[in-house]
Write a protein that binds this ligand. Structure first.
Ligand code: FES
Ligand SMILES: [Fe+2]
Length: 456
């Protein structure tokens, strides 16, 4: 097991010889910026102006603590660690070590998932999945949805919480969504058998109460942030696993809810979002943007990657201006750090602007399989943009909002077309012929395969 480095170091100034020693050492140990999460801020290089990973706690350490950290985590030889610690802290330099609060996971052994064809792996049912937007299920009405081929009916009583049952009547297997919402129950359209939120049959109009037949399966169901979630797997696992949707319910953010059906396996969507090397495809929408890969962190069920972007040509699109609340100049935009995380089965994308405290953009998205073959998904996305503090800034965001929608729709359309083309190629070839050269994507595909369920 290799432990992920647990900290970010930030140096504002220092003796040249010390810089050289550290740089050489880190290079030799392959602790380069691409291979680990060790960050040395060099005065002449533009690394992130603030620690990019997680939300840091900052503390200034004495030389003993620094020494200990260099020994334990950077694994410097003892003598060099002592010298470094002393050098580092000499004088009144603002030398700070910044810890990441959530960087505790260990890198699992080499991914075996690559031996499985990730496109043939089913999504794990033991998670909460949105199956509809809240507004799609009106009070006193039902809605038929699908999860991985399983028919589900959502029922919203006139009073009370929405609930989810398998969408078939126990009597003649006809869909329950054609029925009538009656109090906190659903009455089948055909002979009027009635089921409550737990799926129990509570009434058969032409039978005595003592002779009621078995009911139907019910799903744990929750409504959050404008989405209706079900838990299709083992209900015993439902209690503690709800995703964090905090930005969407934070009044400091303006949230766009979006989603479409896409004819591909969910793994293509995860890869598409995480692999920013595909900006080439968006050249018409984005202008010329060069992503720079900063590093990645990996746990058993998650993978996080970070990038900065440099604009090498073309104008900043209006949609992007709306996200940032203004124009990004070249000296600033390559220090905005984008973090993309697959936290199985969800994905997030956050942009922390150079010099900012909170993400300027926070996207949460999930790809929910609709059919049994899991070659069609419905995306549910919550795109939250931080509201500027000033009234004028907020007005600007509202004015820019339609451009942002247009911008994200165009990007999504391009992504959708390409992932559907990937699925079509996989279908035609019947196997994975891909030559993936970006280690992060190999790890991601392995992670998805590992966390999913192999088809029989
Ligand atoms: S089929 Fe539903 S009540 Fe008969
Ligand atoms: Fe894209």
């Amino acid at each position: 097991m290799v432990t992920t480095p647990k900290f970010v170091m930030k140096r504002h100034a220092g003796p040249k010889s010390y810089e050289n020693i550290m740089t050489k050492f880190l290079t030799r140990r392959k602790c380069s910026i691409n291979e680990s999460n060790i960050w040395l801020r060099h005065p002449r290089r533009r690394f992130a102006s603030r620690p990019p990973l997680g939300r840091p706690r900052a503390a200034t350490f004495n030389s003993a603590a620094t020494h200990d950290i260099l020994l334990r985590y950077v694994q410097l030889p003892p003598k060099l660690a002592r010298l470094s610690a002393e050098n580092w802290l000499k004088g009144n330099r603002m030398d700070t070590i910044l810890f990441n609060t959530d960087d505790t996971a260990e890198v699992p052994p080499p991914v075996t998932g690559t031996q499985r064809d990730a496109r043939k792996v089913k999504i794990s049912p033991d998670h909460w999945y949105p199956v509809a937007w809240s507004h799609e299920v009106k009070a006193g009405k039902t809605r038929a949805v699908k999860f991985a081929g399983d028919p589900v009916v959502l029922v919203r009583p006139k009073q009370g919480a929405v609930f989810a049952l398998e969408n078939r009547c126990a009597h003649r297997q006809v869909p329950l969504d054609a029925g009538v919402v009656s109090g906190c129950a659903i009455r089948c359209h055909y002979h009027g058998w009635t089921y409550d939120a737990s799926g129990a049959c509570t009434d058969v109009p032409y039978l005595g109460k003592g002779k009621l037949p078995n009911g139907v399966k019910s799903y744990p169901c929750r409504e959050e942030a404008g989405l209706i979630f079900i838990f299709p797997g083992d209900p015993a696992k439902a209690a503690d696993s709800f995703p964090n949707l905090s930005a969407a319910s934070d009044s400091n953010y303006k949230t766009r809810r979006f989603g479409r059906e896409v004819a591909c396996h969910y793994s293509f969507m995860h890869e598409n979002l995480m692999d920013m090397n595909h900006q080439f495809m968006h050249r018409k929408q984005m202008g010329q943007v060069r992503p720079r890969y900063l590093g990645r962190r990996l746990g058993d069920t998650w993978l996080e990657v970070q990038y900065t972007f440099a604009r090498t040509g073309g104008k900043q699109p209006l949609g992007e201006t709306a996200i940032f609340g203004g124009k990004r100049t070249p000296d600033v935009n390559d220090r905005d750090v984008m973090t993309i995380r697959t936290e199985y089965p969800y994905q997030t994308l956050r942009i922390l602007p150079a010099g900012g405290d909170a993400p300027v953009m926070d996207l949460w998205i999930v790809y929910v399989p609709l059919d049994a073959a899991q070659k069609t998904i419905r995306t549910f996305g919550l795109l939250s943009i931080h509201k500027p503090k000033s009234t004028l800034g907020r007005a600007g965001l509202n004015i820019g909002w339609p451009f942002l929608i247009l911008f994200t729709e165009r990007i999504f359309k391009e992504d959708r077309w390409i992932v559907e083309a990937e699925q079509a190629a996989h279908d035609a070839q019947g196997a994975n012929w891909n030559q993936e050269v970006f280690p992060v994507i190999r790890e991601l595909t392995g992670l998805l395969a590992r966390c999913g369920v192999v088809r029989e």
